[in-house]
Design a protein around this ligand. Structure first.
Ligand SMILES: *Cc1c(COP(=O)(O)O)cnc(C)c1O
Length: 458
């Protein structure tokens, strides 16, 4: 909480030589490890060979690795990172002044690359290991489109084929996202499609359906398993993705340390949990080792409240139930959130690591409503200049709320939040907000019950 006299610049940049050389694996410092993935057929913990038909070998090792604290980042990935990393840690001087708060606000900005989000940090790692294994290509799903874009960029760089199943409503609503992916050489198929068994079944059962993330995942997995030389990759939720995203937290910590700043509150939006998990990992490590204390806040949409209203149980990760089961905070794989403009935060479940930490009381969670989120986005855009992604704006909302609390108490806390990306492809959402047509649908207990009823009894 002590704010030193050393002048803090607007942007704290690290040099290339100060970039992390290892990812930090927070599981190594967790006394209680996240529960293992379960094989959907046997309900036994997944082994390496269970996962081999679906995922790349090296990524499975990372997924199952609960013990190594540091995992070296291969040189080729570090070279790619240099195109857009280290990312700046920005002191939000203008926002602080506007709010009249004694708090110091910092944000780690991950939107400085064409994919527009932090997802490229994991996309390049996953594509790299697929290439190392001699594979032809990878398959994946994308909802809002950020992950598909990031993956297509990484695959283009490495010369891998990339097949993206894009949730049909986004495919139709975000034609420009689709074209960015195609420009990077990916093939983009609207989901549910007629190219997979799962897709055909969905189209038969629900003609005219606009699709869901859970269904697109099943289609991508099926395609990977059926095509020799292909594996499936996922942009969030998994342990390996949190591991890759720890580059955000390691850089943030180095930048703060450089100026002797001790964060008090660290905030991030949580969809599947990868950016938040990555941002807080090294700080959480200090807390788990009993070295320092922090307050961590996960922010989720009130329309898809996995942490604040979900159950901590084993559940399916996808609609077709082809993926392993994960113990996580979940709303049930059949829960369909109401239309919400933060597409990246509409997943029914949550990272097993964050779920465990939240269950142990090491992290807090808050659910926020859409219009309040866009109010914060607008305020931030007008004073800090960056047009934030709707997902990222969830973190902005709570950072502003915390800074306003400091104004009341007079405390000069250091607040750090993750600004995961930019919102240029989300102008329909901004349009609805600007026209005063945005609604806040919060699911009733009845709505949630329907989702919970579909959770398997394990
Ligand atoms: C995908 C996405 C998120 C949410 O995903 P997490 O895995 O929870 O980090 C947040 N912000 C942006 C900009 C995204 O693209």
């Amino acid at each position: 909480m002590e704010n030193e006299s050393k002048e803090i610049p607007y942007k704290i940049y690290l040099s290339e030589s100060e970039m992390p050389t290892s990812w930090y694996n927070v599981r190594a410092d967790m006394k209680k490890k996240p529960a293992p993935l379960l094989n959907p057929a046997t309900h036994k913990p997944c082994t390496f060979s269970d996962l081999q038909p679906v995922f790349c070998d090296e990524l499975i090792k990372q997924e199952l690795n609960d013990t190594d604290r540091l995992i070296p980042i291969p040189q080729e990935i570090r070279d790619f990172y240099k195109m857009f990393r280290p990312s700046p840690l920005v002191r939000a001087y203008c926002l602080e002044k506007k709010l009249g708060t004694p708090a110091h606000i910092y944000y780690k900005f991950e939107g400085n690359n064409t994919s527009g989000s932090h997802k490229l940090n994991s996309a390049i790692a996953q594509a790299y290991y697929a290439k190392q294994q001699g594979l032809k290509g990878v398959t994946t799903e994308t909802g809002a489109g950020q992950w598909g874009t990031a993956l297509s960029m990484a695959c283009a760089y490495l010369g891998l084929d990339c097949k993206v199943f894009m949730v049909k409503c986004s495919y139709e609503q975000k034609p420009f996202r689709r074209e960015v992916m195609r420009t990077y050489g990916a093939s983009v198929t609207p989901s549910p499609s007629m190219t997979t068994d799962v897709g055909k079944k969905m189209n038969e059962e629900f003609p005219g359906t606009s699709g869901s993330l859970g269904c697109a995942i099943s289609e991508a997995v099926e395609t990977a398993v059926k095509n020799p030389g292909y594996r499936y990759v996922l942009g969030s939720v998994l342990n390996q993705v949190l591991l890759h995203q720890s580059v955000i937290g390691v850089e943030t910590k180095s930048a703060l340390d450089k100026y002797g700043i001790k964060a008090d509150i660290i905030i991030g939006c949580a969809g599947g949990g990868s950016n938040l998990g990555g941002l807080i990992s090294p700080f959480m490590g200090e807390m788990l080792r009993g070295e320092r204390n922090y307050k961590f806040i996960a922010v989720e949409p009130a329309s898809c409240p996995s942490l604040t209203r979900g159950k901590f149980v084993y559940d399916f990760c996808d609609t077709g139930h082809v993926c392993p089961l994960s113990k996580m905070y979940t709303l049930g794989s059949e829960f369909i959130p109401s239309a919400n403009h933060a597409g990246g935060l509409r997943y029914h479940g949550m990272s097993a690591i964050l779920s465990e930490l939240y269950d142990e009381g090491l992290m807090e969670a808050r659910a926020v409503e859409q219009t309040a989120v866009f109010e914060a986005a607008e305020e931030f855009a007008r004073i800090e200049g960056i047009l934030p992604a709707p997902e990222s704006s969830h973190a902005i909302r709570v950072a502003i709320d915390e800074a306003l609390k400091c104004k009341e108490t007079g405390e000069a806390k250091n607040i750090v939040f993750g600004l995961t990306g930019t919102g240029y492809f989300d102008m329909k959402a901004y349009e609805a907000f600007n026209d005063g047509k945005m609604s806040d649908y919060i699911p009733t207990d009845e709505d949630l019950k329907r989702g919970f009823d579909a959770i398997p009894k394990i």
